[in-house]
Design a protein around this ligand. Structure first.
Ligand SMILES: C[S@@+](CC[C@H](N)C(=O)[O-])C[C@H]1O[C@@H](n2cnc3c(N)ncnc32)[C@H](O)[C@@H]1O
Length: 233
């Protein structure tokens, strides 16, 4: 499995933080919100549960989980990039939400003895981790018994399949040129490379099973462009 440099990832997300939400909505035609809702619907968080949104970015999933676990549970958004986490905090402040905790931390440094969650979610984070298997192991260790986790990310399709061809064309012809207008083409070109280095769905399931997850499910959505991995400990 490919290791990426932690600082490289942090620099990217600090640099794109101010355009991140706008570009995400533009480039996915707003659909990323729908996919995130789909993930949360599958995870079914309920009032009173304690959840973590790892690699939370500007906090989309944290806000969705908040609506489900409030008022008796908790949701913590964790991200290692200060710039993007500050936007999550500003969003919270803007709507007067003091319930969500925001922590600036590398997920690999979370103390497993102190933090145990009923549920963990991650959107577009797993692919960006320095090591995907270690990321899944961390999630396993941070979950309570019977805890569940869900991951939304790009689906790594079979090479030269229609989904793979569409994904590459879309990234090269739409995403990179549009991000160039914002002087972020280098950062957005990185997506294609990161998908190539990301395990395919069946490999993700195999890794998760090997780590001890008792329920492992992977489904693709939006014409195989995105994938959702659901795990139960
Ligand atoms: C593509 S963004 C996704 C943000 C958000 N979850 C979303 O769906 O919009 C990936 C995020 O992962 C964070 N990240 C990458 N590696 C991390 C790590 N080891 N610990 C914490 N955050 C990390 C980055 O800082 C970035 O904010």
């Amino acid at each position: 499995m490919k290791y990426k440099k932690v600082n490289e990832v942090k620099t990217i997300f600090n640099k794109i933080s101010y355009s991140y939400d706008f570009l995400n909505s533009l480039l996915s035609l707003g659909l990323h919100k729908h996919w995130k809702n789909q993930l949360v619907d599958l995870l079914k968080p309920i009032d009173g549960e304690n959840w973590a949104d790892l690699c939370c970015g500007t906090g989309d999933l944290s806000f969705l989980i908040f609506n489900k676990v409030w008022p008796n549970g908790s949701i913590t958004g964790i991200d290692s990039a200060k710039g993007i986490l500050n936007i999550a905090k500003e969003r919270s402040k803007l709507i007067g939400n003091k319930f969500i905790s925001w922590e600036m931390q590398d997920i690999f440094e979370i103390d497993e003895n102190l933090k145990i969650y009923d549920g963990i979610c991650m959107s577009y984070g797993l692919r960006n981790l320095v090591n995907v298997e270690e990321g899944l192991r961390k999630v396993f260790n941070l979950l309570s018994e019977n805890g569940r986790a869900g991951f939304l990310d790009f689906n790594h399709s079979r090479i030269n399949s229609p989904a793979d061809i569409f994904q590459k064309i879309y990234l090269r012809v739409v995403v990179v040129p549009i991000s160039r207008i914002f002087k972020l083409s280098k950062e957005y070109s990185y997506i294609e490379k990161s998908i190539q280095n990301f395990p395919k769905g069946n490999k993700l399931m195999e890794i998760a099973k090997g780590l001890g997850f008792k329920k492992v499910e992977y489904r693709t959505i939006f014409f195989n462009q995105m994938g959702i991995l659901i795990l139960e400990k």
